[in-house]
Design a protein around this ligand. Structure first.
Ligand code: ZN
Ligand code: ZN
Length: 148
């Protein structure tokens, strides 16, 4: 509690306390790994990547920390029925397109017009606070393997 004010300010700037969890060095390494991958990795993919720099970390630890980080709002969870949970380090509003053959997920950016249209077209008594659209398709790689 006796931290110099400057130190504390620096930490707030880095959003270390976002969502009320502490960014331990391990958690930070996991967060940075997810942020550095634009493939929406599964826990296992994050684990494979981080093992080089954190040889002692276990898959269970990576998994638990990914859950904590997403609950605290540092990363997004991308869930689809019947597929492994994936994690997204990109917090900017965006939608996803998913390949129905290999499960590859890419970002799709939605225009403000589309956001407005979606909100207007939906008939509900709910107050709409947001939406997540999953667009399904076949990725260029799978298209190639289908042609071959
Ligand atoms: Zn594919
Ligand atoms: Zn994404």
């Amino acid at each position: 509690m006796n931290e110099p004010l400057i130190e504390r300010k620096k930490k707030t700037k880095m959003k270390e306390k976002l969502g009320g969890i502490r960014l331990t060095s391990q958690r930070k390494a996991i967060l940075e790994t997810v942020q550095g991958m634009c493939t929406h990795p599964t826990a296992d993919e994050v684990y494979q990547k981080i093992r080089g720099s954190l040889p002692k970390v276990s898959l269970a630890t990576v998994y638990r920390n990914l859950e904590n980080l997403s609950e605290a709002g540092f990363i997004r969870k991308v869930e689809h029925a019947g597929t492994a949970k994936r994690f997204d380090g990109n917090l900017a509003p965006h939608q996803h397109i998913r390949c129905i053959r290999c499960g590859t997920i890419e970002d799709v950016h939605e225009s403000p017009e589309m956001t407005e249209m979606v909100a207007k077209q939906i008939q509900t008594d709910f107050t709409i606070v947001g939406h997540l659209i999953e667009i399904q398709g076949i990725c260029p790689n799978c298209q190639k393997s289908m042609e071959a």
